[in-house]
Unconditional design. Structure first.
Length: 291
């Protein structure tokens, strides 16, 4: 799998990214994670996405243990982490926090857990309506200037929220981590995708298979999309997952894989080798927009 620049200011990442969003309550987590990471590296996936809340904060610790094992060099991987989503002490309220203290605290915690001196990208996850954008921007500039973070991104921002934060920043936003798949193409329609490309950046697409809904094909829309992917896949000797991921890649997005299945990870990685003809790409797109 080839490496591409996430933006005109970097960094260079793999065309598919592995994310740990769904990792929680697993037995032998460190051992499983090491197997998955080694498989990803074998397939050319060198970019890994974390957040301070994944696995109630434990996922980064497991990854840090793998880094400490020194089975690969830190400089050979690209590490993302993010903060912004918090839960109340009783767990009943989910809220967003873009405050300076929380951002700095989260970065320091992630570095400690991941056993690394720096993050390649730190993303602000969700816009905090109560935040002072100038103070948030100053905090982000602070962690970059300190050397703890090399690049800044955002996650699940609207186009206007993205523009608002960017207007206060002295460092560029290199990506927006958005939901994008054939069941949910709202990022194409509401300007988020265009804004990211206008900034000479590539978006990260989470849930590329709509949480498995496209593979299952149970309801009306997912069943029709799956049937279309199967039909077009025959032309490319590819399965549903490969075609769905290839469709996203040709749109200029970097899909985030979250499966623990070796087969599914291999399918997503091999999708980068599939180049859909323009007619086929639009044929799939029109099925998605028909609902």
């Amino acid at each position: 799998m080839k490496k591409v620049y996430l933006s005109d200011s970097g960094p260079k990442v793999s065309e598919a990214i592995y994310g740990f969003w769904r990792w929680e309550n697993l037995e032998n987590t460190t051992q499983q994670m090491e197997q998955i990471v080694n498989l990803c590296l074998e397939l050319g996936i060198n970019t890994f996405d974390h957040a301070d809340i994944y696995g109630a904060g434990s996922v980064e610790e497991h990854f840090g243990k793998i880094i400490s094992n020194k089975s690969f060099k830190r400089e050979d991987i690209v590490l993302f982490s993010k903060c912004g989503i918090r839960k109340s002490t009783n767990g009943k309220v989910t809220y967003f926090d873009n405050s300076r203290d929380y951002i700095v605290e989260s970065v320091n915690s992630s570095l400690k857990k991941l056993q690394t001196d720096y993050l390649d990208i730190f993303l602000l996850n969700q816009w905090d309506l109560l935040a002072d954008p100038e103070q948030t921007a100053m905090a982000l500039a602070e962690i970059v200037n300190s050397g703890k973070v090399k690049h800044i991104g955002v996650a699940n921002f609207t186009a206007f929220q993205h523009q608002l934060l960017a207007s206060y920043l002295t460092v560029p936003i290199v990506t927006n981590h958005i939901e994008l798949n054939l069941m949910n193409i709202s990022a194409i329609e509401d300007g988020r995708l265009d804004l990211i490309k206008q900034s000479f950046s590539k978006p990260l697409a989470w849930a590329p298979l709509a949480g498995g809904e496209i593979l299952d094909g149970h309801n009306g829309k997912s069943a029709i999309i799956k049937a279309k992917l199967e039909a077009i896949g025959k032309k490319y000797n590819a399965n549903v997952e490969q075609v769905a991921v290839a469709w996203l890649m040709q749109l200029g997005t970097l899909p985030i894989i979250g499966s623990l299945s070796e087969t599914r990870i291999r399918n997503a990685a091999s999708a980068s080798e599939i180049k859909l003809e323009r007619e086929d790409w639009y044929d799939i797109y029109q099925v998605s927009t028909a609902f």
